[in-house]
Design a protein around this ligand. Structure first.
Ligand SMILES: [Zn+2]
Ligand SMILES: [Zn+2]
Length: 350
């Protein structure tokens, strides 16, 4: 039995704060493709930007698009030639649709693929429809099958966790090291859990809002700090400078905190999305302290690692899951997702 030609519901963004549930017709499946029934779709910071601005990091959307890229689900239907996946299989869906052939793909760096497509991204045109749909079609190779016992709500955290693992693993061996994470949003907190998983000796997480910091504490931070109340330098007076920092907020004051808190020769990863314009940062730090900076954008093999960490329970993202919404509650979902006092991560469940 095929769903081809049947209609399904989708969360479509057509302008600033204009989100609606529309129907789409299920296309026939190409060879190597599958149809996935969405179980849970996490609302990402980028989805929030698109909702508020109809743009993200300076790139406007050119036409209405189905939102979402953080998804788990079950296989509904498989196209010709698909092996290893059957209807009913639970899957995590990697949204990085790399080409597989360019020099970056050949090096194993799918995140740097020059022909990469990504759901609901203004940087890619024609835009690719996202995963906030009852059903969506994707390549079988991007679906990671998980055991039947896997909780699909937790599994939808694989994408943001993979983003953070990319930064954490780029920083090298953090075992026993002192680590700072600036920003306690979902990305900062998942980065903290990853830093904890690789055996850091001391982990401090900073933010300017208390509620998310409390969650960072439950996810493994040794110390949390609201930098509105106390300066990071004061908080680190006894502990001393950190060996590594992960900037997960995109805020310039937090970036400066990283540069100041790092020891000489320390390394930081820029994981948060900074404002698209120029930044005023004292360049002297890089020379005088020999600070190394690593950029971190999306992920490669880390997606499979994230799926494994969640599926085995070694990282449990449950404390981050604040609220779940039906598609019809989209406006409420985005309003809630944008309030850091009450919401860490909101999900759509169709
Ligand atoms: Zn995301
Ligand atoms: Zn490529």
């Amino acid at each position: 039995m095929t769903l081809t030609g049947k209609e399904y519901r989708a969360v479509v963004l057509s302008d600033k704060k204009k989100v609606s549930v529309e129907t789409r017709e299920a296309p026939s499946l190409e060879p190597g493709w599958v149809r996935v029934a969405l179980a849970a779709g996490g609302i990402c910071g980028s989805d929030l930007h698109y909702y508020k601005e109809f743009a993200n990091v300076g790139y406007p959307l050119k036409n209405p698009v189905v939102m979402g890229h953080e998804a788990s689900g079950t296989i509904a239907e498989v196209g010709p030639g698909v092996e290893g996946l059957r209807p009913g299989d639970k899957v995590a869906v990697n949204p990085v649709m790399n080409c597989g052939f360019c020099p970056a793909c050949q090096r194993g760096e799918a995140n740097l693929c020059v022909k990469k497509r990504f759901p609901c991204s203004a940087m890619i045109y024609p835009h690719v429809d996202g995963f906030f749909r009852e059903y969506f079609e994707t390549q079988a190779r991007l679906c990671l099958k998980v055991p039947e016992s896997t909780d699909l709500y937790r599994l939808a955290f694989a994408e943001p966790l993979a983003c953070t693992l990319h930064a954490v693993l780029k920083l090298g061996n953090l075992a026993g090291k002192k680590v700072l994470v600036t920003g306690s949003g979902p990305i900062g907190v998942l980065a903290a859990s990853a830093v904890r998983a690789v055996g850091a000796g001391f982990l401090i997480v900073t933010d300017v809002v208390d509620e998310p910091l409390a969650i960072a504490k439950t996810m493994g931070a040794d110390a949390v700090l609201n930098t509105k109340e106390k300066k990071l330098a004061e908080a680190l007076a006894e502990i001393g400078p950190v060996d590594a920092a992960i900037e997960a907020s995109g805020a310039v004051p937090a970036l400066l905190d990283c540069l100041e808190a790092l020891r000489k020769g320390g390394t930081m990863a820029q994981l948060g999305t900074t404002p698209s314009g120029g930044l005023s940062v004292p360049w002297i730090y890089f020379q005088s302290k020999e600070i190394n900076v690593l950029g971190s954008s999306q992920f490669n093999q880390e997606y499979a690692i994230a799926v494994n960490l969640i599926q085995t329970g070694r990282i449990d993202p449950q404390p981050l899951l604040s609220r779940q919404f039906k598609f019809e509650e989209a406006d409420q979902a985005f309003a809630t997702a944008g309030d850091r006092h009450v919401c860490m991560k909101a999900q759509f469940i169709p």
